[in-house]
Design a protein around this ligand. Sequence first.
Ligand SMILES: *Cc1c(COP(=O)(O)O)cnc(C)c1O
Length: 433
Amino acid sequence: MSTTDEIIELSERHSAHNYHPLPVVVSEARGAWVTDVEGRRYLDCLAGYSSLNFGHGNPAILNAAQEQLQRVTLTSRAFFHDRFADFCAGLADLCGKDMVLPMNTGAEAVETAVKVARKWGYEVKGVAPGRAEIIVMDGNFHGRTTTIVSFSTDPDARDGFGPATPGFTIVEYGSAEAVREAITPDTVAVLLEPIQGEAGVLVPPAGYLTRVREICTENNVLFIADEIQSGLGRTGDTFACEHEGVVPDMYVLGKALGGGVVPVSAVVADASVLRVIKPGQHGSTFGGNPLACAVGGAVLDLLKTGEYQARARELGALLHERLRALIGPAGEGGHGVVAVRGRGLWAGVDIDPSIATGREVCEALMRRGVLAKDTHGSTIRLAPPLVISEEDLNWAVDRLTEVLDELSGTAAPAEAAEQAPVPSPRTPELSGR
Ligand SMILES: *Cc1c(COP(=O)(O)O)cnc(C)c1O
């Protein structure tokens, strides 16, 4: 078996450098824990950017996948298969909508939403051909296709990949007034993340989603919620929009919908919207395949119990309480945390940049057995699987506290030298587990 260094060296030589991973090589995982090729264990506080809400190797999801693997895995949409109807009906029901258009990755689902909104604009709203406009937000992250990066405001994501796809207007995130001012007779949709994940877990001001919803309704504009990262339990509700009781016209889902097993994404909307797509106008060879539908169906069953949402809510309250206690100057009552944002088991933690970069904090956390990811220089993103135990969550925050004290030079030397042992994995009682 190869060592960590050998595997990393080979990967760097033969794979494009489109990521900058932490130097850990995972070989096994269960629940909230992963094990690397050297046998070291880590608490996974990223959870595949919320793709692993139900934990690694969730038994209910694995059972559904294994059973389906033995029966039929792919038919293409040229034929029906016996998993399709239940999955689509179940997902539509979860969203309170009529119809589902299944795809695979998140970016494909966003592309689908853009196409549907434009076609709806021309055929239903009556926008002149080629003039449809979609309002998007500053700081957005919706994926990596050429059209999606056309309206990114992150230079790394956008620059060098032009020419840009026209038809998008970027406004300030969190300002409903900015949305209202940007609407023209050609506006067909507003596309936003109810909480901006990649931007650093930015929660918009209270009332923002409600006001955007009203503005969309008043102007006959579709409200598209990209809940790819915020949805399916992460924030303590099934959807982050629920926090304000807001129902979008189109949900864009992905990540956790595939149960951490296969890519499953979808656009969910009423028939009045999705019926604009006719045979031959959109599709995907793998979208809605039997394995995807079996896994997605298992995910829907887990969500229906409400336990995962409740867990994100309760443990999220604990997480945020403990993180807020770290706010303040290092050694003077605080631990060098500047701000904490988020909802449920999802937090963006801004570290005082004079102490360390986000990357340095994540590397130090890794050495202590916690995997997390930095974003935008000095922000750490925490999004553990929703199956994490309370003890493990506390353990992770203890490690973060130690790391911050060590990096700011405020830890007692003896304490800094002493590494807390990585505990045995603990898995709470939840249905499907
Ligand atoms: C991850 C993500 C996407 C893109 O999903 P992929 O599966 O990586 O294409 C789109 N929108 C949001 C909000 C995301 O977090």
